[in-house]
Design a protein around this ligand. Structure first.
Ligand code: PMP
Length: 385
């Protein structure tokens, strides 16, 4: 059977995007590749909501390489505050523990986000060079109110860094208005391309800090990538380490499709899709992992189960044609699974997803309101939007 991939990235990818990368003769100094880089770097600014004062980067790797590359903005002994709402927030702590910096973390319980007031209070107590946050915490589907936090802490910290891996392309992102210094993402999420690249923008202030004394290593030191990005944007080939050429061709194609759809329309589509998913889940009588409506994200929904084993739900759903994602937050182990709804997802995918969940849970013996899920989604699509 044809499968719908509603994991948390990669997800089902538009064929136009995949075909965009099938070119057998594109070298890393070719005009075709340099043009694709130039277009993609420029479009990345639009996606992040920033002007030309921000420097865009596309580097190999993914979310984690983009995250680790921000060590290029730090110096020995700097203090970093990590705001963690789950597994990917905690990843910042693991990264910084490999570098000579002092790390303090504020952590939320599973399903919640660290409150803006709490972050404000902490940055007033101590001077932090950098604060890191996760826009959408993929392990729980919880969204942090970045605009509000940034407003409260801007005057007290040097650099605000946001992991937008599960948000950019699916949530509103206005990095410059929000005065965020670094906004980063990965190719396999809401941008809708295969894994393999980290994408980020740096404010002017952040770019200035890429000095000789930064503590990053070699490969992920943005200082080594800066000239390459600036040259490529101007249409001139340049190389530090070979970029994923064919993936960049796909990113260019995806960005063209996003431009055609319109960024605002794309975000609106993600809002509608995620609302429809939640309507269906709630009508079945199931609980969502994100505990309050303002914590709901456009891109990932965690679904709590009362009785059945999530692994059985995942394997049976797969045989029914949809692949969902396991729950990975250790505090909720064995109690939930996740639905990824980002990239090229549409409302018919939602209907299929809720229908499969309804059928599978019913067969497995989970107590649900059978028949109510798809109905609630249909009603929302007709009357609710
Ligand atoms: N941050 C978030 C919010 C993520 O969802 C992920 C990937 N699931 C990462 C970081 C790490 O990205 P990658 O797996 O591409 O290194």
């Amino acid at each position: 059977t044809r499968k719908i991939l509603m994991h948390v990235g990669p997800e089902t990818i538009d064929y136009d995007v995949l075909l965009g990368g099938i070119k057998g003769d594109v070298g890393f100094t070719s005009k075709e590749f340099v043009d694709a880089m130039s277009f993609s770097l420029k479009f990345l600014r639009k996606l992040m909501g920033v002007s030309e004062s921000y420097q865009p980067f596309i580097i190999p790797g993914g979310g984690t390489s983009a995250m680790e590359s921000v060590t290029s903005l730090l110096r020995k002994g700097d203090k970093v505050l990590v705001v963690s709402n789950g597994v990917f927030g905690n990843r910042w702590i693991d990264i910084f523990s490999r570098y000579p910096v002092n790390v303090k973390a504020l952590k939320a319980k599973a399903g919640y986000y660290v409150k803006p007031e709490e972050i404000e209070e902490e940055v007033k107590k101590d001077h932090y060079t950098m604060v890191t946050m996760t826009h959408v915490e993929t392990s729980t589907g919880v969204r942090e109110p970045i605009a509000e936090v940034a407003k409260r802490i801007r005057d007290y910290v040097d650099l605000i860094v946001v992991d937008g891996v599960a948000s950019v392309g699916g949530e509103e992102v206005r990095a410059e208005d929000w005065k965020v210094d670094v906004f980063l993402t990965a190719s396999q999420k809401a941008i809708g391309t295969p894994p393999g690249a980290g994408l980020l923008v740096l404010s002017e202030n952040a770019t200035k800090r890429l000095g000789e004394d930064n503590i990053a290593g070699y490969y992920l030191n943005l200082k080594n990538w800066l000239g390459v990005m600036q040259s490529m944007e101007k249409g001139k080939a340049s190389n530090f380490s070979t970029l994923p050429v064919h993936l960049v061709l796909m990113i260019k194609r995806a960005f063209e499709l996003i431009e055609t759809e319109g960024i605002e329309n794309r975000i609106r589509r993600h809002e509608i899709v995620s609302s429809a998913i939640r309507k269906g889940i709630e009508a079945l009588g199931l609980e969502i992992v994100a505990k309050t409506p303002e914590a709901y994200s456009n891109t990932v929904t965690g679904v709590m189960l009362k009785k059945v084993n999530p692994n059985d739900v995942l394997s049976m759903s797969l045989t029914e044609g949809i692949e969902f994602a396991p729950g990975v937050h250790p505090d909720l182990a064995g109690k939930y699974f996740r639905i990824g709804h980002m990239g090229w997802v549409n409302i018919n995918d939602v209907i299929s997803a809720i229908a499969v969940i309804e059928r599978v849970l019913s067969k497995l013996g989970e107590p649900i309101n059978f028949g109510e899920g798809v109905k609630a989604v249909q009603e929302y699509l007709i009357n609710g939007i």
